[in-house]
Design a binder for this molecule. Structure first.
Ligand SMILES: Cc1ncc(COP(=O)(O)O)c(C=O)c1O
Length: 402
């Protein structure tokens, strides 16, 4: 029988999902797969009710304004959400502060605002441990700074940023603070009020345990966002322009109701398991992985000397081996799935110095990984290191004999 795949690519998408998520998606779509909010019959109202209840539930989950849960809006994923919020907040002449830790879903929309719409941007570097110093954010502020946008947890290094402190600097200066929670929502507690966050951008398919194709924004009451797309909303059809009021201001067309069902069931799973428990278990496995890699000659680890304020995402390389080749050998010889390369976050690799070697190998541990799988990963890397060592010895020998 073929060996089961060992999946360490949970930072790309958490997989598998909990059984109750699959079950509820199937059940909901079979029994309520009608268009919500478009029609007045009972079934459409019931479908719409799940959508509205999920807005409330997730607003509470993020510590947003519970009396304004219509400001929890859904889109396809966090990339989609960021592409709404960045141009929705920034205009020509505005300055944006972001960081070298960002994913392309922030870097590119910010760069487009600069190149195409006359905005300015500063990319703040991280320190040698993978953290952005809040004081560097404060120093980057200009009189025209409109937005600070940063990821909560790095998808490359796994470091978790001092969001509350950065938020407090933004609050003092009246600058809007947006947090990309792609890697943390569902794994690190988030409370917008306590952490001084104005807007959370989230994606459904990672630790929120939902499906692909759903994500969104949770926007505090005081934040003004321009609407940048338009289309059908299912209400006030006679109106010639897109509606100003939430949630329609930032929602367009038929919602992904199967995704809504998945997030609802994902919330049930998180309530039942407790996000702190899930995180603690993942971090125990991450520590085991790091300890194992440290024993391997030639293994290079990045920004994980301490796993405090860290996710279970570990970036590594092996001396003398291309990271892409490591990924292929792990897959072919050990049936282990990782993500190699630049991880859609080129500035991280530019700053780390890993760009010329094409990035690194990322192991991202999820809720369903086991100690045995971690041990298999350590053995896999040890085997590849041994192979690399022998290859280097042979080539030295060949050179000496030449
Ligand atoms: C930090 C971060 N931001 C944004 C994204 C984009 O997520 P999505 O593809 O769900 O839009 C990712 C995905 O890996 C990420 O890790």
């Amino acid at each position: 029988m073929e060996k089961a795949l060992i999946y360490f690519d949970n930072a790309a998408t958490v997989w598998p999902k909990p059984e109750n998520v699959y079950r509820f998606m199937d059940e909901f779509y079979r029994t309520h797969g009608v268009n919500p909010g478009r029609s007045g019959y009972d079934l459409a109202m019931e479908a719409g009710s799940l959508l509205d209840r999920l807005r409330k539930r997730m607003t509470r989950f993020f510590g947003g304004d519970e009396d304004a849960s219509d400001r929890l809006v859904f889109g396809y994923n966090v990339t989609d959400a960021l592409n709404l919020i960045i141009p929705g907040l920034v205009s020509s002449g505005d300055h944006v502060i972001t960081t070298n830790l960002e994913h392309n879903s922030v870097i590119r929309p910010v760069n487009h605002m600069v190149r195409d719409h006359g905005a300015e941007a500063t990319f703040v570097p991280f320190d040698s441990a993978g953290f952005v110093d809040p004081e560097d954010i404060a120093r980057a502020m200009r009189p025209n700074t409109k937005l600070v946008i940063i990821n909560h947890g790095s998808n490359v290094l796994g470091t978790v940023q001092a969001i509350k402190e950065i938020g407090s600097i933004c609050r003092e200066r009246g600058v809007t603070f947006v947090v990309d929670t792609a890697q943390t929502a569902g794994i690190v507690p988030i409370n917008m009020k306590e952490m001084n966050i104005d807007v959370v951008a989230f994606t459904g398919h990672k630790a929120l345990m939902g499906s692909m194709g759903i994500g969104g924004l949770c926007i505090r009451k005081h934040v003004e966002v321009k609407q940048v797309r338009s289309g059908g909303t299912g209400v006030r059809s006679i109106h010639p322009f897109h509606l100003e009021e939430y949630p329609w201001r930032l929602e367009y067309g038929t919602p992904n109701m199967v995704g809504v069902a998945s997030l609802w069931a994902g919330q049930d799973w998180l309530d039942e398991n407790g996000i702190e428990n899930v995180h603690e278990r993942e971090m125990r496995l991450a520590q085991r992985l790091v300890d194992g890699f440290r024993r391997i000659e030639g293994a290079q680890l990045y920004c994980c000397d301490s796993l405090e304020n860290h996710l279970s995402t570990i970036l590594m390389n092996l001396e003398g081996v291309d990271p892409g080749d490591i990924g292929v050998m792990l897959d072919v010889d050990h049936n282990i799935a990782t993500r190699t390369g630049l991880h859609c976050a080129p500035l991280v690799h530019t700053q780390l110095g890993t760009l010329p070697r094409d990035g690194g190998v990322r192991f991202s541990i999820g809720a369903f990984n086991t100690e045995q799988e971690v041990d298999a990963a350590i053995t896999g890397i040890a085997d590849i290191a041994q192979w690399a060592h022998e290859r280097a010895a042979k080539s030295r020998c060949a050179l000496a004999n030449a």
